[in-house]
Ligand binder design. Sequence first.
Ligand SMILES: O=C(O)CCC(=O)C(=O)O
Length: 341
Amino acid sequence: MELQEKVPVATFTQVNRDMFMRQICPERRPAVLRGVCLGPCLENWTVKYLGQKGGDKEVKIHVSAVPQMDFLHKNFVYKTLPFNEFVKRASEKQHSDFFLCEDESYYLRSLGEDVRKEPADLSKQFPELAEDFHIPQFFEPDQFFSSVFRISSCGLQLWTHYDVMDNLLAQVTGRKRVVLYSPQDALHLYLSGDKSEVLDIDCPDLKRFPDFVKAKRYECVLEPGDLLFIPALWFHNTLALQFGVGVNVFWRHLPADHYDKKDPYGNKDPVAATRALQALERALHTLDELPADYRDFYGRRMIQRIQKRMCCDRPLATNTREDSKTNLSRSELNQPEFLKM
Ligand SMILES: O=C(O)CCC(=O)C(=O)O
């Protein structure tokens, strides 16, 4: 059986703004940054302290009976709890108060005040805790988009997805495994919107997802105090090895007008990409005017056109090995999965 290629994520120490801007960010590859000052949160953020300072502010959380959250079959429910009660429950394995079962798993992705309009901002939703967390100044203040609490029960696994902004994921307490896939492996991940349908990345169903083995698996384990740079469009899947508290900071690395203005989560595709995808849908709809064999033939010509354009239009700072992957082989081109995309 073909095995998935595995690569450790590069680790950097003593990173300052200059090094990040010159050496790390332009590479457009994930990187673990060790030893960056994150402030007193590293010592302070015990369960008790988080509960005291975060108080009983209501938070909307994901709760599931099993630790692997499945967005396809929605095996989780959204519930609301006071923040202090949520942190207590997320930190314990067995619960005396629960929604689904005694050993249910919890996950918080904090939201803005007006969930539909405002991105999450720790300094607004949790001002006292925000004082403890020093956002690394690796981008200009006007590029800042959001700061988001990521608090998970031990064992909680979040599905593989991408975001459209650059991201620093700070692991404040607890250890977390993160697996990442390059945007250039998008065709091997069986996407449904911004998420991969391959839920069990450690034991994938290769009958359903035979091309998944072709995706190169980048992996790291974040320790408390580590930052993970997740460049925009890189797919990531997280697994909390312990109860853990993280904060991720998104910033706009493209000019502001590329981003959808109504996007509190930072995961709507850039406006030009949305327009292009809509145009593709219209083009496919137009092909429906033709008989099946003509649709197939002109569909293939369209694929070829896109493929030629992609080969001339290579992303900056990718190595030749990865570049060779963007050139789809003839057999990949003939696969129905590709035709469906
Ligand atoms: O840390 C997590 O649980 C998920 C992080 C994530 O999805 C992100 O930073 O975009």
